[in-house]
Design a binder for this molecule. Structure first.
Ligand code: CU
Length: 239
């Protein structure tokens, strides 16, 4: 009789431990997707999420995906892409305009990044620029900002000013469809440049897809070439 009770207890304990382990993995992969809303409701889950987040941020955005296989099976990696809806993980581009977007301004691994470097929003939607680390601005290429125009005619020549505190945010609402190239004032020369696409512009007639002006620093021109390629592909302009 007492043997029976003992073995049942052992079984229950083992099952609980197995379930805790599973919960930790799921919470970890949800955090990895950037959503963070998955709810870390146990100490195990919190520890896993923290470790995974740190590892993800080591990625400098240039495509070394090798280390992801260390902690997650293929199945878990795939589900983390489904539930987040966030485009800051992975290096793909959006497939359609969204109702809003957030771009992180980041200093990491000795580099400076807008993450993601291409967002696509509907006309009249808002982009939130969030300063994650370092000091950066998001400044449109436009005469109003003493730069050649790489935004649509009549488009808002936004400028967040320099954001120096981690967590500082500025919202920019863009009503005019088009391709908006923008840069970071201190880091333009090293290619901290990115693009907001608004609505469904005609790629043949987009200032933000023109050849980079010769007055721009060479690091900027190089980055803009890459962005143009990405945006043309995104808009299906491949001829
Ligand atoms: Cu910067």
């Amino acid at each position: 009789m007492s043997d029976d009770t003992l073995s049942r207890r052992t079984f229950v304990a083992a099952t609980a431990a197995a379930m805790a382990g599973t919960a930790g993995c799921v919470a970890g992969s949800s955090e990895e997707s950037g959503g963070g809303a998955g709810g870390a409701d146990s100490p195990t889950a919190t520890a896993t999420a923290t470790a995974t987040g740190t590892e993800t941020h080591d990625d400098d955005g240039h495509g070394d995906d090798g280390h992801q296989e260390d902690t997650h099976s293929d199945e878990e990696t795939e589900s983390s892409h489904d539930d987040g809806g966030s485009s800051d993980h992975g290096h793909g581009v959006p497939e359609e305009p969204s109702a809003s977007a957030t771009v992180n301004l980041v200093t990491a691994d000795g580099g400076y990044h807008f993450d993601p470097h291409v967002v696509w929003i509907e006309e009249g939607a808002t982009v939130t620029f969030h300063n994650e680390s370092g000091s950066h601005s998001a400044t449109a290429y436009a005469p109003a900002n003493d730069k050649p125009r790489r935004i649509p005619e009549g488009g808002t020549a936004f400028d967040t000013g320099l954001l120096t505190e981690s967590g500082a945010e500025r919202e920019v609402t863009l009503d005019t469809p088009g391709v908006y190239d923008y840069y970071c004032t201190p880091h333009e020369g090293v290619g901290m440049i990115a693009t907001v696409v608004v609505g469904k512009p005609d790629p043949h007639d987009a200032a933000g897809l023109s050849e980079p002006q010769s007055s721009l620093p060479s690091g900027a021109r190089e980055k803009i070439h890459g962005l143009n390629e990405t945006v043309n592909e995104m808009l299906g302009h491949t001829h």
